[in-house]
Design a protein around this ligand. Structure first.
Ligand SMILES: Nc1nc2c(c(=O)[nH]1)N[C@H]1C(S)=C(S)[C@@H](COP(=O)(O)O)O[C@H]1N2
Ligand SMILES: [Mo]
Length: 537
């Protein structure tokens, strides 16, 4: 594996590293329930957990191969060949695969086989310290013979001697084989072993260092973005509810949730970046990053949310996005009648499908280049991503976007829609209680109950809350800059001692109130009322 990592590093192709290719293949094959569990349980650490799990799996498989090869070297070699094949298949089935991506796995596999053969190899008897082993005896006994092959009959006494020697050895409690405790045999084994470990470690580390050549952090740090021609609406002072422990209205780039299938972050240099607009269009477009920045820029506050967000969950964030409006770009390309989908593709081969009408209906759908006053962070799609207010991320928020194909739902499917998620996925009306926290202990008396609600592009018109199945009461809604951000709410509660359950539900701008009925995130977003149990003392 060290050799394979080194080869991937020399090629400068992350997707050719068997470890990362197998990990990415694993992500693609992960069933939805396991993905939702991983997101819920590990959040942003899901990839680290996957890599640790993969490491453990490989260790166990390697131990099995090692044990097999003690029985028969051929089985061990076959096991290592299988390792190589798995790596090659994984690398070649990545969406960005090129034939050369098979090379690291193949080399790694061959190196592994060579290492195993070296380590398993038994040295010739002349090198042995103690000449008491069976092989040694046989060879010694044979030495006077011209050749066992030409004089088969003469081997008989020798075999007898050897058996005697073996029996004697067994009586003495030592193995009849020559591999006894100390001596040059063992030293040689240790030296070979250390050599193999050394090559593997150096290869692995060097490979990783080489793969980091492509890092674009410094390019990003030096990038200056133009100012927007259309600035954002002012965020009202009261948008932030002043309650200790309350979610902040604006999510910082550092705290912004991250959800994607990228095991390692795509490193896209804006100088090499191009965006293609093609498919059902009159004039296909190919533009550079500078071309993009020369267009009219807008800046807007928009709340993103993930379809995997559970009731009460925090897979949502509100940021100020700077970008180029998508609708005019597409219109200039000349959309053919009958097109109903934009299939966007990212640098790492991820695909997302977006209903075309949601981009053209006047909302602030954009190709974002800035987030909260900075170029997009690498984890959030540097240098450009899509943002479409009102749609779940998986049908709108393509990070590291490089390609927009105007097409039809009947023709093309994207990564998640292929896996059964809804093609049209407006964000469902959602509300949660942020303060007090679940299972908190609070002092009896007047306390603040506060939370966040969202129904992007429809707006939140009301949030109600209740204590222990009592009457629903209206919460006070904080002001917001527009329909596309989340909205904070707050209420005052005369808390009496005891254990209490608090609940909330929101009503959006279309008059629709969140249903009580709980549905899981699959296939178009979770539903249900959020509740929090607290102890009042
Ligand atoms: N290239 C790419 N873009 C992607 C994804 C992805 O896996 N790959 N995930 C999408 C999903 S499911 C969500 S919820 C949002 C999350 O954006 P964020 O990580 O910036 O919060 O990105 C979307 N864009
Ligand atoms: Mo998502």
């Amino acid at each position: 594996m060290g050799v394979a990592e080194l080869a991937a590093g020399v090629l400068g192709r992350t997707s050719a590293s068997p470890l990362l290719a197998v990990g990415s293949g694993f992500i693609d094959l992960t069933p939805i329930w396991l993905k939702d569990f991983a997101i819920r349980r590990f959040g942003d650490d899901d990839k680290t957990v996957l890599l640790i799990g993969l490491g453990a799996g490989i260790t166990i498989a390697a131990l099995a191969v090692g044990l097999l090869s003690r029985r028969r070297l051929g089985w061990g070699l076959a096991g290592l060949a299988a390792f190589g094949i798995v790596g090659m298949v994984a690398a070649l089935t990545r969406p960005v695969a090129e034939p050369v991506d098979a090379v690291p796995s193949a080399l790694g596999s061959l190196a592994g086989m060579a290492a195993l053969a070296l380590l398993a190899h038994r040295p010739p008897p002349s090198a042995l310290g103690a000449l008491t082993g069976k092989t040694a005896q046989v060879l010694l006994a044979r030495r006077p013979q011209p050749s066992p092959a030409t004089a088969p009959g003469t081997a008989a006494p020798a075999r007898g001697e050897a058996t005697e020697a073996a029996v004697l050895n067994e009586k003495n409690g030592s193995e009849p084989r020559s591999s006894g405790g100390a001596g040059p045999d063992r030293r040689r084994m240790l030296v070979t072993g250390a050599g193999v470990v050394g090559v593997a470690a150096v290869g692995g580390v060097l490979g990783r260092i080489l793969l980091r050549r492509g890092d674009v952090s410094s390019v990003r740090a030096d990038l200056r973005l133009p100012r927007p021609a259309s600035p954002p609406r002012r965020v009202p002072g009261g948008a932030q509810v002043r309650v200790p422990g309350m979610t902040s209205f604006r999510t910082s780039n550092r705290d912004f949730y991250r959800v994607d299938t990228a095991l390692v972050l795509p490193q896209v240099d804006p100088r090499d970046w191009t965006l293609r607009i093609h498919g059902m269009v009159a004039h296909p477009v190919e533009m550079s990053f500078d071309d993009l920045l020369r267009r009219t820029l807008i800046e807007r506050d928009i709340t993103l949310s993930c379809v995997s967000n559970q009731v009460g969950g925090d897979l949502a964030g509100n940021a100020r996005w700077l970008g180029v409006p998508l609708a005019p770009l597409l219109r200039e390309a000349g959309i053919h009648g009958g097109a109903d989908q934009i299939l966007s593709r990212s640098f790492d081969g991820m695909t997302l499908s977006t209903p075309i009408e949601t981009i053209l209906d006047g909302r602030d759908a954009m190709l974002a280049v800035g987030m909260n006053g900075e170029p997009l962070p690498i984890a959030h799609g540097f240098p450009a991503r899509m943002v479409v207010p009102g749609l779940y991320g998986y049908v709108s928020a393509t990070k590291w976007v490089t390609d927009l194909k105007v097409t039809r739902f009947a023709t093309d499917q994207a990564y998640w829609t292929k896996r059964g998620y809804a093609e049209r996925a407006p964000i469902k009306t959602f509300s949660r209680i942020d303060v007090p926290r679940p299972l908190a202990t609070v002092k009896a008396g007047r306390i603040a109950v506060a939370g966040t609600a969202w129904a992007q592009h429809r707006g939140v018109d009301a949030v109600e809350w209740q204590v222990d199945n009592g009457p629903w009461r209206q919460a006070r809604l904080a002001p917001v800059p527009g329909l596309d951000t989340w909205r904070q709410w707050v209420a005052e509660w005369d808390a009496a001692p005891g254990s209490h359950t608090l609940r909330c539900r929101a009503t959006d701008g279309t008059g629709h109130t969140q249903p009580e009925h709980r549905e899981p995130p699959f296939p178009d977003g979770a539903t249900g009322w959020h509740s929090v149990v607290v102890t009042v003392t």
